[in-house]
Design a protein around this ligand. Structure first.
Ligand code: NAD
Length: 253
């Protein structure tokens, strides 16, 4: 990766203190961007730990609170960031939750809570980012989808629908802003070694790994590299694409 590729760009990463988000922040900062991790302020302990983990970046990675499910919270975030750091050039939407249950047992609340974060959150952030990016003639938006949005997953009708929706959203927005220097892509991680997957039982994890051709879970760095690639200045001819990063998982089907 060319270290100058995102030099002097300002990047926002939602879910920025999470398993994948933290590594995405590091990769973008190493590529020269000024990175703002945005996430729930209520996760006080994790915010404090995150600040320690990125201290070696000497201010190139900072934290700002946001609730991506709330449009006005996103609006206020953009106003603060633009005042403090200038305009946002790169937006990575990595905030996400699960509310698993088979459809017969899923409550309306489980459905709506997930949609409000995983899909409305992408709208709320992109809606606030895209106008300025279009006016300035540059922008990179990378939305984190999931292998389960492509294959479906038992007990995840809500999650699979939202993640498939994220890619549909990305393609549609990519068309709207293609002539403005703004690219919109999705990255679909396979199963990664993060707290989200650690929550699964050892038996199920072993089954998952057995189904991955490269024979291991993905690392956060595997995903962050793909995000940084799409966020680079030089990636201007890639838009509306979905980049699966899943250890060859589809070859198993
Ligand atoms: P994670 O739980 O470690 O991180 C998700 C982050 O989103 C957390 O830091 C959480 O605080 C934040 N978040 C949740 N609700 C929010 C809200 N309302 N506003 C702002 N932030 C909010 O999970 P992860 O493994 O890092 O996953 C990151 C993204 O990658 C998610 O979108 C997830 O669906 C997707 N994904 C993960 C995997 C995997 O194997 N870990 C696989 C495919 C896709």
């Amino acid at each position: 990766m060319n270290l100058a590729a995102t030099s002097s760009r300002v990047a926002l990463v939602t879910g920025g203190i999470g398993g994948l988000g933290t590594e995405i922040c590091r990769h973008l900062a190493r590529a020269g961007a000024r990175v703002i991790a945005v996430d729930l302020a209520s996760r006080e302990e994790r915010v404090a730990a995150f600040r320690g983990e990125v201290a070696s970046f000497k201010g190139a990675i900072t934290f700002e609170p946001v609730d991506v499910s709330d449009f006005s919270s996103c609006q206020q975030l953009f106003a603060r960031v633009e005042q403090q750091c200038g305009h946002v050039d790169i937006l990575v939407n990595a905030a996400g939750i699960t509310r698993d249950a088979s459809l017969r047992k899923m409550t309306a609340q489980q459905w709506h809570e997930l949609m409000q974060v995983n899909l409305d959150g992408v709208f709320n952030m992109c809606r606030n980012a895209v106008e300025g990016m279009s006016e300035r003639g540059f922008g990179r938006i990378v939305n984190i989808s999931s292998v389960n949005g492509q294959t479906g997953q038992f007990g995840q009708t809500n999650y699979s629908a939202a993640k498939a929706g994220v890619h549909g959203f990305s393609m549609a927005l990519a068309r709207e802003v293609a002539r403005k220097g703004v690219t919109v892509n999705s990255v679909s991680p396979g199963y990664c070694d993060t707290p989200m997957v650690a929550a699964v039982s050892a038996e199920i994890r072993a089954q998952i790994v057995a189904g991955i051709p490269v024979g291991r879970l993905g690392s956060p760095a595997d995903i962050a590299r793909a995000v940084a690639f799409l966020a680079a200045d030089e990636a201007g001819y890639i838009t509306g694409a979905n980049l699966p990063v899943n250890g060859g998982y589809f070859m198993s089907f």
